[in-house]
Design a protein. Structure first.
Length: 466
C-alpha cells in the first residue's frame, strides 16, 4: 500500500477538477487499497490537509493572480511582482515538504496547479518539491494557459517566462496526464512533452439518483412548481460556459407558438405543462470571479431580463454533498439538482472534456449543447444524441456575450419541444446515451488507465499493484 496525495487549489466542491479527483480516489483507495490524501487551499473539505496559500482566494495568491493575469497595478514594476511570486513559492514549498515528510507521501498528483496559469507561485513550488524529493509524480492537467479558453493573459514578461518554464514541469520523475487529444497534441508541439489522455468518466454502476426523503422538497424550496419545466445549468458560472446561449434558447421556448406545442407535456416532477407554467433556467454551479470572469453573472442577469427569461441561481444551496447550512436550511448535492431537472444545458464554448455532460448522460436527461472543440475531437464520434447549437459563434456582443445564428437557436428550440412533448422519444434518446456512456466512459475505463500509469517505470518502485 502506498500513500498517494492529490493537490489542488480547492477540493471537495462541485467543479470538474474536484469531481474527477473523487473518481481517482475511488479507484486508488476503494478498489486498489492505497491510502489517499487530499491537500488543498480550502479548509472546508473533510479530511483535507490544508495549505491556505494554495487557495486562489488566499490574499497573497489572489493579489499575484490579479496582477499577473489581469492588470499589473499593485506593484511599481514587474521585478517587484517577480520577487513576491518567488517569496510566496518558498512559503508553499516549505509547507508542501512538511506535509510530504510528516505523512510519508509516496506519490504526488497535482491537479491543474501546474498547467492552467492561475498559480505561478504554486507551480514553482511544485517544480522544486518534485525535483528535491525525487518522488514519482503524475501531473494531471485539465486546462493549459496556452489553450483557447482565454482564461489567463500574462500581464508582463515575468509571468510569461514563469509559464514557459514551470507550466507544466518537465522532470524525469513526472508523468503527464491530459484530458483530451487537443491538449495532448499542443503539449507535445509547444513543450515536447508526451502525455496520456484520460477522459472524464463516471460511475455508471451506482444507484440512480432519485427523489427521496431529503430532496423531495427541492422544487418547493426554490419556488418551482411541479408543472414548470426546468433547464439545469450545472456548470460553474464563468465566461467560457456560454450560458447566454441557453438564455437565448429558453427565450425562444417561451414564445407562444412553442408554449402551445408544449402544453400537456409531462414534467420530471410528475406535473403537466400548461399556460401558466414557467420555463426556468436553473444555475447550480459556483460563480467564478477570477480572471476575466468577474462580472459575467451580472451580464447574464441583464441578458435574461432583456430576453424575458426566468433565470435562477441556487449555487449557495448546492455543494459537493448534502448538509444542513448555518441558517438551518438544507444544502443539496449537485446530484439532487439533476433529479428535478427536465433538460440539461451545456453551451460551453470551451471545455477540457465535459463533466456535466457525462453527468447528464448518467441522469438520463436530454442535453442542449454547443459543439466546443473537444466535443468534436474526443466525444462526437461516440454517437451521443444531443440538441446541437452548432460549432460556430456568429457574434460577440458589446458585453462580450456570444451568439449563434438565430436560425440555429430556433431549430434547437424546436427540437427541444419535440423531445419534451414526446415521452417515448425522450426515453429513447436518454437510454441510447446512457448505453454509450456506460460502455466508453465508465470507472472501469479509468481503472485500466490508472493501473497502467502506476505500473510505469516512474511509479513501480513506490507502488506495488496486487
Amino acid at each position: 500500500m502506498a500513500n498517494i496525495s492529490f493537490f489542488q487549489n480547492r477540493l471537495g466542491r462541485t467543479d470538474g477538477v474536484s469531481l474527477e479527483v473523487d473518481k481517482w480516489r475511488k479507484i486508488l483507495q476503494d478498489k486498489l487499497g492505497h491510502k489517499v490524501w487530499y491537500c488543498s487551499g480550502n479548509d472546508d473539505c473533510p479530511d483535507n490537509y490544508n495549505i491556505p496559500e494554495l487557495y486562489a482566494m488566499h490574499p497573497m495568491t489572489w493579489k499575484i493572480l490579479r496582477n499577473g493575469t489581469v492588470a499589473l497595478e499593485d506593484y511599481r514594476n514587474e521585478h517587484e511582482l517577480e520577487q513576491e511570486i518567488y517569496n510566496h513559492a518558498d512559503v508553499i514549498e516549505s509547507k508542501l515538504l512538511k506535509f510530504i515528510h510528516e505523512e510519508k507521501i509516496d506519490v504526488l498528483i497535482p491537479h491543474n496547479l501546474c498547467s492552467g496559469g492561475y498559480q505561478p507561485a504554486a507551480a514553482i513550488a511544485f517544480h522544486n518539491v518534485i525535483r528535491k524529493t525525487g518522488l514519482p509524480t503524475i501531473i494531471h492537467s485539465h486546462d493549459f494557459y496556452f489553450e483557447d479558453s482565454g482564461e489567463v493573459n500574462p500581464t508582463c514578461q515575468t509571468v510569461s517566462s514563469i509559464y514557459e518554464r514551470y507550466f507544466p514541469p518537465k522532470l524525469p520523475n513526472v508523468q503527464h496526464v491530459v484530458i483530451n487529444h487537443i491538449a495532448q497534441q499542443r503539449l507535445k508541439e509547444l513543450k515536447n512533452i508526451d502525455s496520456t489522455v484520460v477522459p472524464n468518466v463516471f460511475d455508471f454502476e451506482q444507484s440512480s439518483w432519485i427523489s427521496d426523503e431529503y430532496n423531495r422538497n427541492f422544487r418547493q424550496e426554490f419556488h418551482i412548481g411541479k408543472d414548470d419545466i426546468v433547464f439545469l445549468q450545472a456548470t460553474r458560472i464563468l465566461d467560457r460556459k456560454g450560458i447566454e446561449m441557453a438564455i437565448d434558447v429558453v427565450s425562444e421556448l417561451n414564445k407562444n407558438s412553442r408554449r402551445r406545442l408544449l402544453s400537456g407535456s409531462l414534467t420530471t416532477a410528475g406535473g403537466h405543462f400548461h399556460s401558466d407554467s414557467k420555463i426556468i433556467l436553473l444555475c447550480s454551479g459556483i460563480v467564478e470571479t477570477i480572471g476575466i470572469s468577474g462580472n459575467y453573472w451580472g451580464k447574464l442577469l441583464k441578458h435574461a431580463e432583456r430576453k424575458g427569461v426566468d433565470i435562477r441561481y441556487i449555487g449557495n444551496r448546492v455543494k459537493h454533498s448534502r448538509e444542513i447550512g448555518a441558517d438551518g436550511k438544507k444544502i443539496y448535492s449537485l446530484w439532487d439538482c439533476y433529479v428535478f431537472a427536465d433538460f440539461v444545458t451545456y453551451p460551453s464554448t470551451w471545455e477540457g472534456w465535459g463533466n456535466q455532460f457525462i453527468e447528464a448522460v448518467f441522469a438520463k436527461l436530454p442535453v442542449l449543447l454547443f459543439e466546443y472543440p473537444v466535443w468534436g475531437s474526443d466525444i462526437r464520434d461516440a454517437g451521443f444524441n444531443v440538441v446541437s447549437l452548432g460549432d460556430k459563434i456568429s457574434e460577440i456582443n458589446k458585453d462580450g456575450l456570444v451568439q449563434v445564428p438565430a436560425v440555429t437557436v430556433c431549430a434547437a428550440a424546436d427540437q427541444i419541444v419535440d423531445i419534451i412533448s414526446d415521452s417515448a422519444k425522450k426515453i429513447k434518446i436518454v437510454e441510447h446515451n446512457f448505453t454509450i456512456g456506460k460502455r466508453l466512459f465508465s470507472l472501469d475505463v479509468l481503472e485500466s488507465i490508472i493501473c497502467d500509469l502506476l505500473r510505469s517505470s516512474r511509479c513501480h518502485q513506490a507502488i506495488q499493484i496486487i
